[in-house]
Design a protein around this ligand. Structure first.
Ligand code: ZN
Length: 242
């Protein structure tokens, strides 16, 4: 019901859809390791995963087209909202939440994460590549382009080139960003400034870190960033669960 109210109260255009809150995911305080920042380290991680036997069984996808972020760096938190009922359709849209991205996009995310680790922080992924069959399911439930991209046109998420994410501290607790994820309203806009200084600082840090790695923001969601350096095709790839 609250979603319905949010829909009614919001007349703003939102490209990437879905809703609600975050549940701080506990994690060992020492699990974020400080590392050197930069794409060189990300490159090394990307190539190294294919030589680790323990991970071979999970290389169940075309590694020339995709990267599974959890295999690049296990310290990046993954909380894919569409693998839960904590989303605006209140339904699990797929069986497990793996964060797939195009390899160049994944490298840029990893570089951002490494940079944040130098400050004792890190990234938590809330949505990554969204398979087009899932986009169809969302569209059938909410055929409103204000909230759901038409799957015939697709979105950057359907291309594996967009991320929804937030900041976490060394213990995995989300930093305060002013609104829940997928809050539909002006308070979620990056330009909205009627927020506590600490919240504005957190948003600015996330934004500057992501933009520094080649991502672009959108006007309606503080959590969304698209990687615009390359064009990628829409995809129907579905991942396996274990
Ligand atoms: Zn998004």
């Amino acid at each position: 019901m609250k979603y319905a109210l949010a829909f009614l109260s919001c007349l703003l255009l939102i490209n990437c859809n879905r809703p609600q809150p975050r549940q701080p995911s506990p994690a060992p305080a020492d699990s974020l390791q400080v590392d050197t920042a930069g794409l060189a380290a990300a490159d090394t991680a990307l190539t190294a995963i294919e030589s680790k036997p323990v991970q071979q069984s999970r290389l169940d996808y075309d590694t020339t087209q995709w990267a599974d972020i959890a295999l690049l760096d296990s310290t990046i938190r993954i909380d894919m909202k569409y693998a839960t009922t904590d989303n605006f359709v209140q339904e699990k849209m797929y069986d497990c939440g793996r964060c797939f991205l195009r390899p160049e996009v994944a490298k840029a995310v990893l570089a951002a994460h490494r940079e944040l680790q130098l400050q004792g922080l890190g990234l938590k992924m809330l949505d990554c590549y969204r398979p087009r069959p899932i986009q169809w399911k969302l569209w059938e439930k909410t055929p409103d382009p204000r909230y759901v991209a038409d799957p015939r046109e697709g979105s950057m998420h359907n291309r594996g080139a967009a991320v929804d994410l937030t900041l976490v501290d060394a213990g995995g607790r989300e930093l305060e960003m002013g609104t829940p994820y997928d809050f539909f309203g002006p308070e979620a806009h990056p330009a909205y400034t009627n927020l506590p200084d600490a919240v504005l600082a957190n948003r600015q840090l996330l934004r500057e870190t992501m933009l520094g790695q080649g991502f672009q923001p959108i006007r309606s969601e503080w959590w969304h960033f698209s990687y615009g350096k390359q064009n990628y095709a829409l995809s129907d790839m579905l991942w396996k669960c274990y």
